[in-house]
Design a protein around this ligand. Structure first.
Ligand SMILES: NC(=O)c1ccc[n+]([C@@H]2O[C@H](COP(=O)([O-])OP(=O)(O)OC[C@H]3O[C@@H](n4cnc5c(N)ncnc54)[C@H](OP(=O)(O)O)[C@@H]3O)[C@@H](O)[C@H]2O)c1
Length: 369
C-alpha cells in the first residue's frame, strides 16, 4: 500500500497525545510565565537604536503599542503601520509630551489594513519607492475573534488566516527589497503558544471543506502555526548573503485588547487575573529582544548551517525554544509555503525575483521594485 502523502497526513489532525501535550504547553505558559520570566527586567533595557528603522504593524494597541513606543524612545525611526492613523497620531502626541529625551521621537504613520491584500501591496509599494533601508519588520497585528462565527475578508479568506498569516506573509515578501537594503535586517513574527494545539491542512487553509468543524480557536491557532511553517521555508530559502533573519516570537499571555470579543461575563474574569497574565509591557520584551539582541543573526545563521527544520523561535523568557513538533514538519511547511504564495497571488519564484530587484507581479496589484 502506498504511504500517505504529507497533505493526507495533515488532514488527519493531531493525535490525542499531541493535542494533550499542546494544551499542557499552553496551560504551563499561562500559569508559570511570571515565574519563568522573573530574570527579565521590565521594561527590557534597550541599547541606543538611532541607526534602526523599524516597521511595527498593529501599533495602536496592546503589545504593538508598547513595542513601537519603546523602540522610538530608544532612538529608532519607527513606522506605525496601522489601520487607524488618527489613533496612531494621537498616541505619538502623548508619547512626545511624555518623553524625557530632549530630541523629539522619530515616528511616522502609514495606513495598512491587513484585511485587504491590496492595502498590503499599496503599503509595500509606497515604502519600497522611498528607497530607504528597512532594518526590522515586526508583524505584530493580529486578531482572535473569540466565540465569533466564521468570517471571510473581501479577498475571500477566513479572517484569522488573512490577518495573522497571509497578509503578514505578503508584507514580508514584498518588503524584501527594502530589508535587503537595510541588512543585516530582521523579520519578526509575533506568534503564539496556541500554535501547539492544532495542525494546518494546506488544502483547506480557508476552512471550507467541511472536514473540520470551524471555531475561532481553530482559526486562530491554525493561522499561528501556518505562520511558523511559512517562516521555516522563508528562513531556508533566504540566502545567507541577503543578511535577512526571520524569527518567530512568543509574547506570553497578556492582558490586552485581544480579548475584546470575549463575552462580557468572561471579560470580568479576564480582568481579575493580572496576577498570572503579563501586561503589554512585559509581553513586548521577547519581541524587543528579538529585534535588538546582537546575537540573533548568528543564532539564525547557526540554525541554517545545522539544517534545523524550523526557523528561530524566541519564547516569552527571551530564550530560544523549539516550536511544536507539527511546526517542525518540513513536508507540510513546504505545502503551506506553496499554498500561501498561491493565496496571496505571488509566483513560486517571487522570493528570488524580489531579492534580485526584478519586477514582480502580484494578483492584488502590480508590484514594482
Ligand atoms: N495578548 C496575548 O495574550 C497574546 C498571546 C499570544 C500572542 N499574541 C499576539 O500578539 C499580537 C498583538 O496582540 P495584542 O494582544 O496586543 O492584541 P490587541 O491589543 O488587540 O492589538 C492588536 C493590534 O492589531 C491591529 N489589527 C487588528 N486587525 C488589523 C487589521 N485588519 N489591519 C491592521 N491592524 C490590525 C489592531 O488595530 P486596532 O487598534 O485598530 O484594532 C491592534 O493595534 C497578535 O499577533 C496576537 O495574536 C497575543
Amino acid at each position: 500500500m502506498a504511504s500517505p502523502s504529507a497533505s493526507d497526513q495533515a488532514k488527519q489532525g493531531l493525535s490525542w497525545m499531541e493535542w494533550l501535550q499542546g494544551w499542557s504547553n499552553v496551560i504551563y505558559e499561562v500559569l508559570f510565565q511570571k515565574v519563568e520570566a522573573r530574570h527579565l527586567k521590565t521594561p527590557l533595557p534597550l541599547p541606543p537604536l538611532n541607526n534602526l528603522t523599524c516597521i511595527v504593524t498593529g501599533s495602536t494597541s496592546g503589545i504593538g503599542l508598547e513595542i513601537a513606543r519603546q523602540l522610538a524612545e530608544s532612538g529608532a525611526h519607527v513606522v506605525m503601520a496601522v489601520r487607524n492613523p488618527t489613533a496612531a497620531h494621537s498616541l505619538i502626541q502623548t508619547w512626545q509630551n511624555q518623553t524625557s529625551s530632549k530630541d523629539s521621537l522619530n515616528i511616522d504613520v502609514m495606513e495598512l489594513n491587513l484585511l485587504s491584500l491590496e492595502s498590503v501591496v499599496r503599503f509595500s509599494e509606497k515604502w519600497n519607492l522611498l528607497g530607504k533601508p528597512l532594518n526590522v519588520l515586526i508583524n505584530n497585528a493580529g486578531i482572535f475573534s473569540i466565540g465569533e462565527p466564521q468570517k471571510f475578508s473581501n479577498d475571500g479568506y477566513e479572517t484569522h488566516m488573512q490577518v495573522n498569516h497571509l497578509a503578514p506573509a505578503l508584507l514580508s515578501l514584498l518588503l524584501l527589497p527594502s530589508l535587503k537594503r537595510g541588512a543585516p535586517s530582521r523579520i519578526i513574527n509575533v506568534n503564539s503558544v496556541m500554535h501547539f494545539v492544532c495542525n494546518v491542512d494546506p488544502n483547506d487553509m480557508n476552512f471550507v471543506s467541511g472536514k473540520r468543524k470551524f471555531s475561532s480557536l481553530v482559526g486562530y491557532s491554525s493561522s499561528k502555526l501556518a505562520q511558523v511553517m511559512f517562516s521555516n521555508i522563508l528562513h531556508k530559502r533566504l540566502p545567507s548573503e541577503s543578511g535577512i533573519s526571520i524569527i518567530c516570537v512568543g509574547p506570553g499571555a497578556a492582558q490586552t485588547n485581544v480579548a475584546r470579543d470575549l463575552p462580557k461575563i468572561l471579560q470580568v474574569g479576564y480582568q481579575l487575573i493580572p496576577l498570572i497574565l503579563f501586561n503589554a509591557e512585559e509581553a513586548s520584551r521577547s519581541t524587543l529582544f528579538a529585534a535588538t539582541d546582537p546575537e540573533i543573526p548568528k543564532y539564525c545563521a547557526q540554525l541554517k548551517w545545522d539544517e534545523w527544520p524550523a526557523c528561530a523561535y524566541i519564547s516569552y523568557t527571551c530564550r530560544p525554544m523549539n516550536p511544536s513538533k507539527e511546526a517542525q514538519r518540513m513536508d507540510i511547511s513546504s505545502l503551506v509555503w506553496e499554498k500561501t504564495l498561491d493565496m496571496v497571488g505571488l509566483s513560486g519564484d517571487c522570493l528570488e525575483m524580489l531579492l534580485e530587484g526584478k519586477e514582480t507581479q502580484c494578483r492584488y496589484g502590480a508590484h514594482l521594485n
